[in-house]
Design a protein around this ligand. Structure first.
Ligand code: AMP
Length: 224
């Protein structure tokens, strides 16, 4: 059976990271999340991190050339050779074109683009309650998925914080950016017959079940 190469598309806060974690467990795919990679660079204080931070804090996109070279390096690595999930990339048509060119060069292809849909109101509600541990990477929600002890990570006891770009005014900006620059990718991938839509309003388990069913159908079609 051929490798599974997936893109997770959808607004911030739709549950892409949650679904990615489950799909990695299911299929053992490499997880490539540009947001996580950028945050790691910011944390380490690399030149890339210093450049990216001002865009991220403002809720704007980091320039395409920076992101594209980061992804190219990742796709050439050993880890992703049996399949991958891209989370938070591509976010612009230029990034999608660059991805297509790189995959073609590597003789690989996308299996599907999973769109997780969520309304703006739902996004704001979810993101404003989001808290993360910088050391363990575990993400919580103050109402829907609280830690055992308020403000403390269950995994490693570290303090939980709100990401700078999860503050309400930045979330509104991120949504504007999503609608203007990323949403056109819905049509882009629909035209290629790759798009599968999922209602992100369901519980994580419901959304996961729907995605698994869609992927099972996809793999079945592949063998016909
Ligand atoms: P995320 O964790 O995916 O929501 O990403 C956090 C922030 O990192 C975004 O608001 C952008 O500033 C930046 N970022 C992540 N991925 C990309 C991308 N593919 N293109 C441009 N900027 C990105």
């Amino acid at each position: 059976m051929s490798e599974l190469n997936l893109i997770l598309l959808g607004p911030p806060g739709a549950g892409k990271g949650t679904q990615a974690a489950r799909l990695i467990d299911d299929f053992g795919l490499a997880y490539i999340a540009t947001g996580d990679m950028l945050r790691e660079n910011v944390k380490q204080g690399t030149p890339l991190g210093v450049e990216a931070k001002r865009f991220m804090d403002a809720g704007d996109l980091v320039p395409d050339d920076v992101i594209i070279s980061m992804i190219e390096a990742e796709l050439q690595g050993e880890e992703s050779k049996d399949g991958f999930i891209l989370d938070g990339f591509p976010r612009t048509t230029a990034q999608a074109d660059a991805l297509a060119a790189e995959l073609q060069r590597l003789g690989r292809a996308l299996s599907a683009v999973l769109l997780i849909e969520a309304s703006d109101d739902e996004v704001v509600r979810r993101i404003s309650g989001r808290r993360v541990s910088l050391s363990s990477g575990r993400v919580y929600h103050v109402d829907f998925d609280p830690p055992e002890v308020e403000g403390v990570c269950d995994v490693d006891g570290s303090d939980l914080i709100q990401r700078d770009d999860d503050k309400p005014e930045t979330v509104r900006r991120r949504l504007e950016v999503y609608h203007a620059q990323t949403a056109p990718l819905i049509d882009y991938y629909e035209r290629q017959g790759l798009l599968r839509r999922f209602d992100g309003a369901g519980s994580p388990t419901e959304v996961h079940d729907h995605i698994r069913a869609a992927l099972a159908t996809l793999r079945l079609e592949e063998t016909l």
